[in-house]
Design a protein around this ligand. Sequence first.
Ligand code: ACO
Ligand SMILES: O=CC(=O)O
Length: 541
Amino acid sequence: MTQLTTSLEIKGLQDEATERVLTPEALQFLEGLHRTFNERRKELLKAREERQQQLDAGGKLDFLEETKAIREGDWTVAELPKDLQDRRVEITGPVDRKMVINALNSGAKLFMACFEDATAPTWHNMIHGQINMYDAIRKTISFTQSETGKTYQLNEEVAVLQIRPRGWHLLEKHVEVDGEPMSGGLFDFGLYFFHNAKELLARGSGPYFYLPKLEHYLEARLWNDVFRYAQETLGVPQGSIRATVLIETIPAAFQMDEILYELREHSAGLNCGRWDYIFSYIKRLRNQPDVILPDRSQVTMTSPFMRAYTLLAIKTCHKRNAPAMGGMAAQIPIKGDEEANAAAFDKVREDKRREVTDGHDGTWVAHPALVAVALEEFNEYMTEPNQIARKRDDVEVTAEGLVEVPTGSITENGLRVNCSVGVQYIASWLRGNGAAPINHLMEDAATAEISRTQVWQWIRHPEGKLEDGRKITGELVDQVLEEELQKLQQQFGKDVYDTGRFEEAAGLFRRLVLNDDFIEFLTVPGYDQLEEVTDHESTES
Ligand SMILES: CC(=O)SCCNC(=O)CCNC(=O)[C@H](O)C(C)(C)COP(=O)(O)OP(=O)(O)OC[C@H]1O[C@@H](n2cnc3c(N)ncnc32)[C@H](O)[C@@H]1OP(=O)(O)O
Ligand SMILES: O=CC(=O)O
């Protein structure tokens, strides 16, 4: 444990890698961020709890009276920089060194490097992720895979880089200020900005961010104040930062205008973070008697509440001259089965076509092989760099429409999939991998959040019954979980199962679904179980 400034302590392993990014000047900047903004961050998290209590007491979500003037006002966000005007296809991925190179070379217009739900926040991953960003921006990044000897380097032309720092709820326990862990989001943002903002601007781009899991416009205001402070402190021109906010919580859907307004000098629009949105919908409305969702597979982008929110995002953004980005389709290539692979690609094509014809200005893909599919759809239906000029005044979305409960059934298979996929994802995360291919789909933390939240609610809601009438109970879930664990043991073999942290993952999953006290984010208790694991693919070589 080293004390570097009067009040900042590094609790994580220190080596050559940490020395590269945790320079005394960078630490001083982090300390300033913490001291200036951490109290407000904590107050905003507390306000989330208070709003939850109101919802649990039967309160309804609605557009806010206090911000009517902003919704009805005539204002726009600042003009977009050149390299954010055409965002038709963005690839996302964790911050592993090889993946970073592959994503930048993928042919996508932009790459969102994720320090959040696609990355398990080990100290190693977070530090090496920063190093990978540093080297990628300066085009000095390369990687040699030890198994194959293959070397990866950047192409001449690469995607524009943006990063997703952790949300306001997550901590970076390896750095403490005044004996208190730092905010994960301030740590990720702060280090990236400190080392790269000026370099990015000198190279004709800028410090670009995706902001996850906001639940209120005041949380957007906090980010905006962080941006102003960071730019002022480091002598970077105000407005250099541009940030796209993920609308991925149900309360935020009622405050899209307000969020854009708070960030208007730094805004790069909104994105529909659809998986977390489903998670948030169940989480926030979990105690409302009329709300219960069917199997996850039946909740799609054509479910009325999902259509309502994506169309509202497009209308709201375009009114403010901001891009409205689409979301992620889970399908990834299926190796060795051409028919299944073609079907998976068709699903992605259909999803992207709906997005572009609705009016989205770009979309996300999870895998380089899907860049071309998404590009084809956007190239065909979006002939300009974006379609911000298409105002969608025809769209009418009501508060009731945003929360309309989707119909469908809860099946035994749906319950089994939630248990199995939830455990498999958590096990992968505990092994240090935040994005995982499971049953030929890309899964990240949002998947496990949806799975466990659905099961929690099904156990407690009177209508949480399988289609054959059986009530979903803690005992039934326990039994299903045991059976699914046995299947996983058979599928992976005893050795992989024993070393793969499946039992630990099942323990956490059980706690998440059986505890009456709902746990806000699985990554919070999970973080205590996330021991240090080193993944060579995130590391320099
Ligand atoms: C809900 C949300 O928040 S979505 C956003 C967050 N989630 C993500 O970003 C997940 C992104 N996707 C991924 O991480 C990956 O696609 C995974 C983990 C699901 C699958 O990865 P793999 O098992 O490596 O897939 P696969 O074997 O098909 O990969 C083939 C090649 O593509 C590369 N690749 C796959 N996905 C990506 C990606 N998203 N970015 C860059 N490269 C990628 C692999 O590195 C591999 O490279 P190689 O041939 O040089 O070794
Ligand atoms: O973060 C994205 C999502 O779909 O959730």
